[in-house]
Design a protein around this ligand. Structure first.
Ligand code: AR6
Length: 176
């Protein structure tokens, strides 16, 4: 799916967040310690190499909703923006914390004059956030922020499964 929203190219595709060669920044669904983990954090840390955890360590721990930036080391990108999503059922208010991840990631991207950024589906793996609700929150926040972006021109959602891709596409369709 490709759409234009407020002059920004928005795309949803099925894929691996660690293989987004044409994007300047990728977002990590991080843990508070900014260490290697499972899922997205595993894929990104494995591909980036041990320097990624070393670069994050001085900024850790981060809080739910926060986003911090590091270099991307051996990843095919320039930056990794690490977001700590809410653990569903524990960190509240969960929708606001999830939306804050997307808002703060885009803020970090603007600060670094990043033009293209790829997001995974934050919080919907190990952290247990239901994908439909997460997709709706993510899409609403990105749409709201898209009005204010100056540097970011392209936003991609990278979904691991075909089912999750459909859910994000549906969330964009429901927005208009
Ligand atoms: N590319 C794109 N999406 C992926 C990939 C990949 N390579 N691998 C998994 N997903 P998760 P969270 C999907 O668990 O819920 C970690 O261990 C996955 O199917 O990565 O925010 C950290 O260390 C799911 O839909 O992130 C933290 O402790 C989505 O990405 C914790 O898990 C997010 O799943 C963060 O949990």
């Amino acid at each position: 799916m490709h759409v234009q929203r407020n002059g920004i190219a928005v795309e949803c595709l099925q894929g691996d967040i660690a293989r987004q060669k044409d994007m300047e920044a990728v977002v990590n669904a991080a843990n508070a310690e900014l260490m290697m983990g499972g899922g997205v954090a595993g894929a990104l840390h494995r591909a980036a190499g041990p320097e990624l955890a070393e670069a994050g360590a001085p900024m850790a721990p981060i809080q739910p909703g926060e986003a911090v930036t590091t270099e991307a080391f051996n990843l095919p990108n320039d930056y990794v923006i690490h977001c700590l999503g809410p653990v569903y059922g524990r960190d509240r208010p969960e929708e606001e914390l999830l939306r804050a991840c997307y808002r703060n990631a885009l803020k970090r991207a603007e600060e670094h004059r990043i033009q293209s950024i790829a997001f995974p589906s934050i919080s919907t793996g190990a952290f247990g956030y239901p994908v439909e609700a997460a997709a709706s929150a993510a899409v609403k926040e990105v749409y709201e922020q898209s009005r204010h972006l100056k540097s970011v021109q392209a936003i991609r959602f990278v979904l691991f499964s075909q089912e999750d891709l459909k859910r994000y596409e549906t969330a964009w369709q429901h927005l208009v």
